[in-house]
Design a binder for this molecule. Structure first.
Ligand code: PAF
Length: 283
């Protein structure tokens, strides 16, 4: 099992990628915040299938956390993460410090409208600004041909696609299906915070969403179906539901029955906030 090369600075990252380019090799990137799980490994596999080399960034990005959120508590486990990269066959890890990414007097902010409106933004107003800023930086630092993002963070995937489209960033964005456990719980670094009881309750979330998506597919009224899903999520033991909404798959505008759609949810279980989404199969 070959260990990945690890670089911490933008200039070292560029030197490795430049060398690959000289050899005519294509490059995939998987941006992550570490605490890697099978979901991340599936993104790396897609990267390695689609390109000759894969670089994974591991950076807990402070600008996407609100002051009240879990930045300090966010799981950090670099040694275990590097083992995962080695198992997946990834060639390069980029593990910058916060000072490398945001040197003193850093003042840029990338704001993307469109798909960032509503949903997460209603509860985490500066989240996508932080994500778009760091992803734009990572792309300009590594200049990959393609980058892979999980569909679990569906709104983020739409925002990153829009970022590249609107700013003419020549990186192909590939969306990868959500990896779930046997009972449908989406893999997430935040699942590590759940107690055994909460884990059992969390597993209800995807079942409720799939049921609602099936009802919409069969023609049920959208608002009634979403209200019922909200009731079921609370009955399953969640403390609150931030949102459960049906949106169009590409623009995230309010879903119309003749369009591709997704139900997106964010709900709180104890101190943990979980998100998930499912496709509404078109009737
Ligand atoms: O999805 C994540 O882990 C993060 O939001 C990302 C895309 C790595 C940006 O920090």
């Amino acid at each position: 099992m070959k260990r990945p090369q690890v670089v911490e600075t933008v200039s070292d990252l560029r030197a490795v990628v430049r060398e690959w380019r000289k050899q005519g090799l294509s490059v995939a990137m998987v941006p992550t915040m570490g605490a890697l799980h099978d979901g991340h490994v599936s993104l790396m596999r897609i990267g390695l299938e689609r390109a000759d080399r894969c670089v994974v960034s591991i950076f807990v990005n402070p600008t996407q956390f609100a002051p009240t959120e879990d930045l300090d508590k966010y799981p950090r486990q670099l040694a275990a993460d590097l083992d995962r990269l080695a198992q997946a066959g990834v060639q390069l890890a980029f593990t910058p410090t916060a000072a490398e990414m945001y040197p003193e007097a850093f003042a840029a902010k990338v704001t993307i409208g469109g798909p960032s409106a509503g949903l997460e933004t209603d509860f985490r107003p500066t989240f996508f600004e932080g994500v778009a800023t760091v992803v734009a930086k990572l792309f300009l630092q590594a200049l990959p041909d393609l980058a892979i993002f999980g569909e679990k963070d569906y709104q983020q995937l739409c925002v990153v696609k829009k970022l590249c489209r609107d700013l003419d960033i020549p990186v192909e964005i590939v969306g990868a299906p959500t990896v779930r456990d046997a009972e449908g719980l989406a893999m997430s670094s935040r699942n590590a915070y759940l107690s055994p009881d909460e884990l059992a309750q969390a597993r209800e979330l995807n079942k409720i969403l799939r049921h609602a998506a099936q009802a919409l597919h069969l023609g049920a009224d959208a608002q009634q179906t979403l209200d019922e899903a909200r009731r079921q999520i609370l009955a399953a033991g969640f403390g609150s539901v931030d949102y459960v909404e049906a949106r169009e798959s590409d623009t995230l505008a309010r879903w119309r029955r003749d369009r591709e759609g997704r139900i997106l949810v964010a709900a709180r279980l104890g101190a943990t906030r979980l998100i998930d989404n499912v496709e509404i199969v078109r009737s």
